[in-house]
Write a new protein. Structure first.
Length: 172
């Protein structure tokens, strides 16, 4: 059984990082990293799907409330959370799902963990930016935002994962 406290700390850190730092940075119109998806990505592999969906709902509603975007973050985070287990099963294999543990480079491997992070971030960002624009007229603009924001988010998630997994000793 995993300790709950490290995940509460991760949720608070990711939420504060998103709300107070990344939402207030105005680097470019194309750059909008959404690092709160790291909370869903780093949940233990054997977490029941209902708990993953509840965590995604909590994360999405919290981000919607703080960002003033009613429903957009929730609408993007819930499908990503629903697809988490199938993505892990297709990328890492069913044996990894049975073994459990916290998703990490050590647990999944140097090739599998980055693919898992990239897949989750791309799904969440695609849904976020597609529903944000709701227009085919700005498809190039939306695609550029997707690529730029996903690249920065993937880098942040990677750093958060390294920091989170090094500070808390958990079963890997």
């Amino acid at each position: 059984m995993y300790r709950t406290f490290p995940y509460i700390v991760l949720f608070v850190v990711v939420a504060l990082l998103q709300v107070f730092l990344l939402n207030n940075l105005t680097i470019s119109v194309y750059l909008n990293p959404l690092v709160y998806i790291a909370f869903i990505i780093l949940l233990p592999i054997e977490t029941p799907p209902v708990v993953v969906l509840f965590c995604a709902l909590l994360t999405g509603v919290t981000m919607d409330w703080t960002m003033g975007v009613p429903g957009l973050n929730t609408l993007a985070t819930l499908p990503a959370a629903m697809l988490r287990r199938p993505i892990l099963a297709s990328i890492a294999g069913k044996e990894t799902l049975r073994e459990g543990g916290v998703p990490s480079v050590e647990r999944l491997g140097r090739n599998v963990f980055p693919r898992y992070v990239i897949a989750m971030v791309l799904i969440q960002h695609f849904l976020f930016f597609a529903f944000e624009s709701l227009s085919w007229a700005h498809i190039l603009h939306t695609f550029l935002r997707l690529v730029a924001s996903s690249a920065v988010t993937i880098a942040f998630v990677w750093l958060l994962a390294r920091f989170f997994l090094s500070k808390f000793t958990m079963r890997k």
